[in-house]
Write a protein that binds this ligand. Structure first.
Ligand SMILES: [Zn+2]
Length: 755
């Protein structure tokens, strides 16, 4: 009995399935104006059973049916029987005629040929030498056909592999040098020579050649076992295997969804200038490791990275610049990566998606208002007694716009009460905003410089929302701004800041604006919006406070880079940061609320001495016309990587605490901040005999945590009980406090020694 090859059966099933109607519909909508050119024409396809060819042919059949225009297609195949078996719905269509021939015979097709789609590739496993012969002879023959038949368009499906690899990391533009035509034989060179054959035919024989240089794709019919990383990951997930990364996961790719790809290819053939090459792909880059994490999360599967990163080696980047396709043909990547992966899985799994963790949200997406999202992580906290916030929430990605945020049912009112009562910014020594330390003064000075650059008018009336202890106001005044104002929920902060800008600082928040503060030429929200529950009404209020032509500056942590700046595990999933912005996410918030984002960028700030932290910003003004938002296709995968790395770090902290507790019956825990709240919830610290908690911030002193008192360091006396320093961000400052108080207890740091 012959052995059944399960993988082959899967492939066969995938090929035979009709493409999703919603995708064909989408291709049709985006290409509607182009099809007139094919009215009554005959299109010759090579490689029609492949990924490119089958998407093009099937979308053509769909459009022809929709618009009821007559056309014919002639499909070159090496084996008509095999083609009919693998794509019966195409082979059986009366508008499709199969022409059986192999590379050796290559007869001239009978009848008219008006367009050629050349996406023929040799069989897998063909040697480089044979590939060269194959491409050269097949292309030469096709170009002869094109000349004889006077074709109106000739699409060469080429590849980004024709570009000469960059020395510096970066994306490829059409003007970049290609692989040298001499030199040792390689795939890129073979494909380059094919391009040159075609370009010569345009130059000297008038064949209207258009070149599409494909990069990396994802979508229905992508082979799941043919060396495409993303396809392999999906194949792993469908087969119930761990998602296996063959390399070290640092290589960077970008993925264009197949339906978008079909739009691009048809648009290039029917709308592109002859003799011109266009990159075909997405610009949004993502590491292979993050792609694996993303697929792993969807399947709830483990991710295994087999390769090791080489120190100092830049990741290999294979990403196109697509300005030419965008500017000349109006093309863009309409489908985000998460959506593209999900669609591919759903198609490959036969329509169902049992493991998908989408859920109805407690808090609708604060950017677009969507009510459903997918869980990336569930964060738990142990909170002090009578704490107004919730002891856990899910971090979710919005299904519609891709924004990521804490799905908490806590109201804005509760957050406002929390901030006015528990403001940690009252403690100048270890908190940000006051501009007291050198590193923080540097950040505020730089921000003031940015503002001065954007708005040279020094008499502009500028409001700093969440002014804390007034550090930014002082920095702006130092730049010469005369009308700086501030509001802050904490009366203590307002008192401190009042000394910087007398009479222009008020107690309040965006939701509880003080009366009679007037209007402003500019409003600054630096590290505020990640805390705000109801973002859209906050934006409404900002608009109402602006003078005509006024601007808003928003700076927030850059969630897309959390993973690159990881210090304490899950540091950014805390009780206070409930919105996770990327450049796209913040721009979308502005657009959704009628603003036009004008100038933006990413930056590095410091969250404590020597601890860099990623941030991003946009300056925006009120827009004249409604602004469309774009789906953020990459943030989610970046956060999935961050979750994985944080979980590993949390596990190591658990080991450190376990070792400490093995030697001592009890400990003193110094610090009751975000890390402690998580350690108590998720490590063996919850079982420890904690003598007492110490916290430097007066607002925390006197509180009660798991039945133990929180005291100040001065109330502690020396002894043999070890002090566990429960902060990674401020650990140096805490150790200094312990030393300066003359305490002789052993100190245990939660360092990450295993790195
Ligand atoms: Zn959304």
């Amino acid at each position: 009995m012959p052995e059944i090859n399960a993988e082959k059966c899967l492939e066969k099933r995938l090929m035979g399935r009709l493409l999703p109607v919603e995708d064909l519909q989408r291709v049709f909508q985006q290409t509607r104006g182009l099809w007139e050119k094919l009215h009554g024409r005959r299109v010759f396809f090579t490689g029609a059973s492949g990924f490119f060819g089958s998407w093009m042919l099937e979308s053509l059949l769909f459009a022809g049916t929709k618009l009821e225009f007559p056309f014919q297609s002639l499909v070159l195949t090496r084996n008509a029987k095999h083609f009919s078996e693998s794509l019966p719905h195409i082979a059986g269509d009366s508008r499709v005629e199969l022409m059986e021939a192999d590379a050796a015979t290559m007869p001239e097709p009978e009848g008219a040929v008006d367009y050629v789609v050349h996406s023929l590739v040799p069989d897998a496993g063909t040697s480089l030498g044979d590939q060269e012969v194959f491409f050269r002879s097949a292309t030469g023959w096709l170009l002869d056909v094109a000349v004889k038949k006077h074709v109106e368009g000739f699409l060469l499906c080429s590849t980004g592999a024709v570009y000469s690899p960059h020395d510096s990391a970066g994306a490829f533009s059409e003007d970049d040098p290609r692989v040298s035509p001499g030199g040792p034989l390689c795939y890129g060179q073979i494909r380059r020579n094919v391009e040159d054959l075609c370009l010569e035919a345009w130059k000297y024989r008038n064949v209207p050649v258009k070149i599409a240089r494909g990069f990396t794709f994802v979508g229905p019919r992508l082979p799941l076992d043919a060396g495409f990383a993303i396809g392999n990951f999906i194949g792993d997930g469908l087969a119930g295997r761990p998602i296996t990364v063959k390399g070290d996961g640092t290589a960077v790719r970008s993925y264009l969804y197949a339906a978008d790809m079909a739009v691009w290819l048809w648009t290039i053939l029917l709308g592109g200038q002859p003799g011109r090459a266009f990159n075909v792909g997405a610009e949004e880059a993502i590491s292979i490791g993050d792609v694996a994490n993303s697929v792993g999360l969807l399947f709830d599967a483990q991710v295994v990275v087999e390769g090791k990163a080489e120190a100092g080696m830049a990741p290999s980047i294979y990403v196109p610049l697509t300005g030419r396709a965008r500017d000349e043909l109006g093309l863009c990547a309409w489908t985000g990566l998460s959506e593209a992966i999900e669609k591919t899985i759903r198609f490959s799994a036969g329509g169902s998606f049992p493991n998908k963790k989408s859920q109805a949200l407690l808090r609708p997406c604060p950017v677009c208002g969507c009510f459903s999202g997918q869980v990336l992580h569930t964060q738990h906290f142990i909170l002090s007694k009578d704490h107004p916030l919730q002891d856990h929430y899910d971090v979710v990605a919005c299904d519609a716009c891709g924004f990521c945020f804490a799905d908490t049912p806590i109201s804005q009112t509760a957050y406002d009460a929390y901030y006015s009562s528990m403001s940690k910014y009252a403690d100048n020594a270890t908190s940000t905003g006051a501009g007291v330390s050198e590193w923080d003064a540097g950040r505020l000075g730089q921000l003031a410089g940015h503002v001065a650059e954007f708005t040279p008018d020094l008499s502009a009336r500028i409001l700093d929302v969440g002014c804390a202890a007034g550090g930014l106001l002082a920095a702006l005044q130092a730049r010469g701004f005369t009308e700086v104002c501030g509001i802050d929920p904490s009366p203590l902060c307002v008192e401190l800041t009042g000394r910087v800008a007398p009479g222009r600082v008020w107690t309040g928040t965006l939701t509880r604006l003080p009366d009679g503060i007037g209007s402003f030429d500019g409003i600054i929200l630096s590290h505020v919006m990640e805390h705000v529950c109801d973002l859209r009404s906050a934006m409404e209020r900002l608009r109402s406070l602006l003078n005509p032509g006024g601007w808003v500056y928003i700076e927030v942590p850059d969630a897309a880079r959390y993973g690159q700046y990881l210090v304490a595990p899950f540091q950014d999933f805390n009780t206070e940061h409930i919105n996770h912005f990327s450049m796209t996410g913040l721009a979308n918030l502005f657009r959704q609320c009628g603003f036009h984002p004008e100038v933006g960028g990413i930056k590095e700030i410091f969250s404590a001495k020597d601890i860099p932290y990623p941030a991003l910003f946009w300056f925006a003004r009120v827009a004249d016309s409604p602004q469309a938002i774009e789906k953020d296709g990459t943030l989610r995968a970046a956060l999935e990587g961050y979750v994985r790395a944080s979980a590993e770090r949390m596990r190591r902290l658990d080991e450190t605490i376990r070792r400490t507790l093995a030697k001592q019956s009890s400990v003193i825990v110094w610090g009751t901040g975000q890390l402690t709240m998580k350690l108590l919830a998720e490590t063996c610290l919850r079982e420890a005999d904690i003598e007492v908690f110490v916290d430097g911030n007066p607002v925390n002193q006197g509180k009660e945590l798991i039945g133990r008192k929180v005291i100040s360091g001065t109330e502690l006396s020396s002894g043999s009980t070890p002090i566990l320093v429960c902060s990674q961000i401020n650990s140096a400052a805490i150790i200094q406090s312990i030393r300066s108080l003359g305490l002789t207890n052993p100190i245990v740091e939660l360092s990450d020694k295993s790195e």
